[in-house]
Every structure is written in C-alpha cells, then in structure tokens.
Design a protein around this ligand. Structure first.
Ligand code: PEP
Ligand code: MN
Length: 376
C-alpha cells in the first residue's frame, strides 16, 4: 500500500511525525519513505510493506498529511503504475528536465579517447544547442586485451571541457561502485562544471550489488540499460532494485536484444517496447540506436538504419536518445563502425525533430479521440 502525502509535506513537522508514530504501531507492517523531488514540488510517498490486507483505504486516507492511498498488487511497487495513476517520475537534474513527457538527446563519444576529440564533440554539441552528451570513461569490453577506457584519469579534463561548452549532463557508464566516488571526487576538484548521469550497462543490468550501491546514492540520476539477454520483466525489476534503495531518478534505456534473429543488425531492435515501458512504469524511456543497429548501413532511401530506428522509437514516445558520434570514426578506440560523424549531427537532429513532432501530433489526436468518446 502506498500513502501519497500532500505536496511539500514537512517530514519533520508535527503532523507528519504523528503519522509516522501511528504507522510504526501497526502490527506486521514496516514502512519506507520515498521522496520524488520534481522541478515544482517534492512528493513524498510512504510504502507500507507486510500484511496490509486488513488496512482500509478509507481509514488510511483520514490520517494526517495523507492525500491519497493506493493499494498495489503489481511487482514494481515503486516504479510501477498501479491502478490509480500516480503520474510519472519527473525530475530535474542540473537544469535539465527528465520525465515521460520530456525529450533529450545525449549524443557523444562511446569512449573518451583524446582531449581534442572530446573538445570537438562538445563544441559541435554547443553549436547545435545541445546540453547533454555521452562519454565513456569505464568501458566493459568483451576481450580483456581491448581498450578498457581511460578511467578516472580522464574525468577532470572531460568535466572541464563539458563546462566550457555548457554541457549540463554527461551519461557515463560505471562498472563498479568505486567509480561513483571517482566521479564525485573529480566533480568536486573541478568545481562541478557539469553533471553526470550514472549509466548501468546491459552487462550489469542484473549486477544486484552494483544496483543497490547506485540506488543508495541520490546525488546522480541513473540511466539503466535493458539487459540484452533477459526478459523485459527482469530488466524492469533491476530498475525496481534501484528505486527500492531510494533513488527513483531513473531512465530506462532500450538498446536491442542479443540474438541472431536481428541480423544484420548488431542487436534485435526492441523499440516497440517504448510504449510498453511507459505503460508499466513511471520511468522516462531512452533508446540507444547505436548499440542496437551497430553500423552505418542505410536503406536505398539514403536514410541510415540507425536514423530509421531512432525515428521509430521517437514516434512511439521515447523521451531520450543515447547515440554514438565521433569526429573521426575510423580512429575511435571503441565502436567506430556505429559512430555518426560530427557533420551529420544537424541532419540527425532534424530527423529527430520530425519524429518528435509526429509523436506529439499522434498523441494529441489520440487524446482528442478519447475526450470525444468520453462525451458520447
Ligand atoms: C555503451 O552505451 O557504451 C554500452 C556499452 O552500451 P550497452 O551496455 O548497451 O552495451
Ligand atoms: Mn559502445
């Protein structure tokens, strides 16, 4: 059962303390307080865990500070949409909004290599009004002999260059909990010129101890990749792990599934799940066309497969696009064959804008139809 408190309830106030004392006395019930900090207000939800069957919704609604009560039956207690729609997890991080309505592009390097390439990337992003990017410092590689990423040594100059070009959010994969401290330290020593969204890669979607550690910190939002060889339900439970530890500033990223059925694409594109994830959960949904398609192949219409699938995901309501670019793909140390070139960025952004506009028009039409049907 979830008690949704009135907006901006003071947890330390007398009324809320009385509520918590009352809940603590309920037999067989434990509570967990969960706060969602939005741009406008802070929403507090109290989760009642244990045997809640005997509790009546009407009684709970009478308690101080409680605005609404939701009985939950689904698996995804925190991230899920339950029978009563509680709205999405909207949050703002470093001036950028993320929600099931927002739209952001994180174009950048799969792997950080040289300061020159990072600077060229950042400069091009700024020239095209972009405030988010992706930069891999810690790379999980199939071969132990492949480039593993520069790790913490590159963080200070990557963050400084991001600040120089007004980049607000860098999506950066971490593969170990120590990396959170390394990122925090580097942001501290450079004076917080930018922000970081911690990315959990597809190989770590079910690294439960890592999920718990990342979920326990609330400084950084989280970009969770879908596991490439597990069911959607299993991946959504990974997101629930993060939220159950306290951090619900999560974006769920579809990146294709590992199966030869998707050949010649690198992974089987799973962007048909964009609306499914939005229906089952309150999380904003990201798509990663680069790791899904894995090449610069194009159709006879001259549109790259990567752009076709990006448009498909956006037309279906995706809230974010994570995409590999590189100033010189042939020289990229990781995933060069799937990197778009910097001069392709304006084309890519135009294509994205066309698809987003189509989605907004489709959504408006569906809402118009629903309103009409309700009036009949
Ligand atoms: C990446 O985004 O650089 C990456 C390694 O992705 P994934 O975990 O989806 O393979
Ligand atoms: Mn990659």
């Amino acid at each position: 059962m979830i008690l949704i408190l009135a907006a901006d309830t003071d947890l330390e106030g007398d009324a809320c303390r009385a509520l918590q004392t009352h809940l603590a006395a309920l037999p067989g019930i434990t509570t967990r307080v969960h706060q969602v900090r939005g741009a406008q207000q802070t929403l507090t939800e109290i989760y009642l865990l244990g045997d809640t069957k005997a509790l009546q919704i009407e009684d709970m609604e009478q308690l101080p500070c409680v605005e609404r009560v939701v009985r939950i039956s689904a698996d995804y207690r925190i991230i899920g949409r339950h029978r009563t729609d509680q709205g999405g997890f909207a949050f703002e991080y470093n001036g950028v909004e993320f929600s099931q309505d927002s739209f952001n592009v994180c174009a950048g390097l799969c792997a950080v290599d040289t300061p020159e390439h990072v600077e060229q990337m950042m400069r091009t992003l700024k020239a095209h009004g972009q405030v988010c990017t992706r930069m891999g410092a810690y790379k999980p590689r199939t071969s132990p002999y492949a480039f593993q990423g520069h790790g913490k040594s590159c963080l200070p100059w990557v963050f400084e260059l991001a600040g120089k070009y007004d980049i607000r959010v860098i999506a950066m994969e971490i593969t170990h909990e120590n990396h959170i401290d390394e990122i925090r330290d580097a942001l501290e020593t450079t004076g917080h010129p930018t922000g970081v969204m911690l990315q959990i890669g597809t190989r770590n979607t079910q690294n439960f101890e890592l999920l718990k550690q990342v979920g326990r910190q609330s400084e950084f939002p989280i970009l969770l990749k879908r596991g490439f060889g597990i069911t959607l339900e299993e991946s959504l439970n990974a997101a629930e792990y993060l939220a159950s530890e306290g951090n619900s500033h999560i974006i769920f990223c579809l990146r294709g599934m590992k199966t030869n059925m998707g050949d010649p694409h690198r992974n089987f594109v799973d962007f048909a799940h964009v609306p499914v994830v939005k229906r089952l959960t309150r999380l904003p949904v990201c798509i990663d066309p680069s790791h899904s398609v894995g090449s610069r192949a194009s159709a006879p219409d001259r549109v790259l497969d990567m752009m076709h699938v990006t448009a498909q995901g956006i037309v279906a309501g995706a809230n974010m696009v994570l995409v590999d670019f590189h100033p010189n793909p042939a020289a990229a140390l990781v995933d060069g064959p799937q990197a778009l070139r910097l001069e392709e960025l304006p084309w890519f952004l135009d294509d994205v804008a066309i698809a987003r506009d189509a989605y907004l028009r489709r959504r408006a039409r569906a809402q118009e139809f629903a309103a009409q049907a309700a009036n009949e």
